[in-house]
Design a protein around this ligand. Structure first.
Ligand SMILES: Cc1ncc(COP(=O)(O)O)c(C=O)c1O
Length: 476
């Protein structure tokens, strides 16, 4: 027998042990402190062990309790970033996904998996009112944004063959609140980060359409081609939704591609479709089922109106992948519409999770998140020591502590104080918040994309911030 082959019985025994570790983790999740145990040096000492020449067999499993102990717990009180909570019916399919080891690159290499990916993509497209769109699953919102903007560049200023001609000025537009993956994509596509025009936002952190139009006009007048506009359907800081209908009209007027970054917010359309008017005017849309469909990482998605735009950007076939059939279903290849060639079976968990629970359950869960955010907003407004810093459009809540602490007078003092409060909150581990800087003000930020969160978890937020502020006050 090959030395790395294990018998089906050994496989089953391994799986049972993994299952026990995973279910123990879930059973104690709610009572766990959120931060991972141990300092960087301690964790290095545990895991930076030499590679064994001789296999450890079951002994290798022992390290798994260390992996669990030194991982951050994602219970109902985790409100950092935009981190989906990892729905476990979908997660349970990961084992089958890896055992089947399908390469979801083309129908002929994985017929069921390709068909399931097309199925879940069509479900996602329908959810965001873009029924006729095509799409691919990918690693996440950053990858989807990069692919959407690659299609935009190749459609509006083809450069895959000869590169961007010297002296040809290109510009892309997004609001000052756009996610960091947008400038990263612009840089990777050779457009140059300096050619991303950051359009100002209004008091609700939404892009101002008249400012967009002026910026595009200025560029065209000086011979720079406006190739793409990026609108946000849920900004990472506050969840603001740009005025998509107006932006679409302006993009069309200048012949620019319209990409929507809906990685955080667009799947909120399951519970609140009225919040996204104009989303169907996009040329491409990023979605992230691993955020607001609670799927375990990774599961991102790019939707696009025109499959030939995807093929223009990504189809470059070698002879070794030539299809031997003319059947339109059987000759389909995802690698012609995506950056990836070898691709994992991401659709399996999403397909199973959606069918297992049904769409109504997800609608309820997303609605809970929306209501939890409103509940937190109300309790912040009822607490004189706290100040709400942005309207709550979706499920992100930005606020700060403004209670009287001796020596705290200026905006800079408040920034330092809130940053110290956040540091202590994270260290205590009862809840997890992250931060946002809005109009140069450091804010505490809670984002609820968490199917485990309850009202009492939400109520811990204000209590914890006040307790920590008192601690800082006493230490002064
Ligand atoms: C608005 C927005 N766009 C893009 C991303 C990037 O998504 P990912 O982390 O899946 O790459 C995020 C992540 O939080 C986001 O909030």
């Amino acid at each position: 027998m090959n030395p790395i082959e294990i018998s089906p019985e050994q496989f089953k025994s391994l799986c049972e042990q993994f299952l026990a570790i995973a279910s123990d983790y879930l059973m104690e999740l709610d009572s766990r402190s959120i931060p991972a145990k141990g300092s960087g040096a301690e964790i290095d000492r545990i895991f930076r062990a030499p590679l064994p020449e001789t296999g450890l067999a079951d002994e290798a499993l022992r390290a798994f309790s260390d992996v669990v102990q030194h991982s951050r717990a994602q219970n109902g009180r985790f409100f950092g970033y935009v981190l989906g909570s990892g729905e476990t019916a979908g997660a349970a399919t990961d084992l089958l996904c890896s055992v089947l080891n399908q390469n979801v690159t083309a129908w002929r290499s994985s017929p069921a998996a390709v068909t399931l990916e097309k199925t879940v993509v069509s479900w996602l497209a329908k959810i965001v009112s873009c029924r006729e769109f095509h799409g691919v699953l990918c690693g996440g919102g950053s990858a989807a944004n990069l692919m959407g903007l690659a299609m935009a560049r190749e459609t509006k200023a083809p450069a895959n063959k000869g590169g961007i001609p010297r002296g040809l000025g290109l510009a892309v537009y997004a609001s000052t609140e756009a996610h960091m993956s947008i400038p990263k994509a612009i840089a990777l596509l050779g457009i140059g980060r300096d050619n991303l025009r950051l359009i100002p936002v209004d008091n609700s952190f939404r892009m101002i359409p008249s400012q967009l139009e002026q910026a595009m006009l200025r560029d065209t007048e000086r011979g720079v081609a406006p190739i793409a506009v990026v609108g946000s359907a849920g900004t990472v800081n506050t969840g603001a939704i740009d005025p998509l209908t107006e932006i679409a009209a302006i993009a069309a007027k200048f012949g620019a591609w319209f990409h929507i970054d809906g990685a955080y917010g667009a799947l909120g359309a399951i519970a609140a479709p009225h919040k996204f008017p104009g989303i169907d005017r996009a040329d491409s849309i990023s979605l992230d089922p691993h955020k607001w469909l609670y799927q375990s990482i990774d599961c991102g998605c790019l939707l696009y109106r025109d499959a030939t735009a995807a093929q223009r950007a990504f189809s470059y076939s070698g002879d070794y992948v030539r299809t031997l059939t003319n059947d339109p279903v059987e000759s389909f290849a995802f690698f012609e519409e995506s950056i990836e060639l070898s691709r994992r079976f991401r659709a399996l968990k999403l397909w199973f999770s959606l069918r297992y629970h049904g769409l109504a359950a997800f609608r309820k869960s997303i609605d809970n998140d929306l209501q939890h955010a409103q509940r937190l907003g109300s309790s912040i407004e009822e607490t004189p020591e706290l100040q709400l810093m942005a309207p709550i459009e979706l499920s992100a809540v930005c606020f700060r502590y403004v209670g009287g602490i001796p020596g705290i007078h200026t905006e800079n003092d408040l920034n330092r104080l809130n940053s110290e409060i956040l540091r202590r909150i994270v260290e205590r581990g009862n809840i997890y918040l992250s931060n946002a800087t809005l109009q140069s003000r450091f804010c505490l930020r809670a984002c609820v994309v968490n199917h485990r969160t309850t009202n009492s978890d939400i109520d811990r937020v204000v209590a914890e911030v006040l307790a920590v502020a008192k601690e800082v006050d006493n230490a002064n």
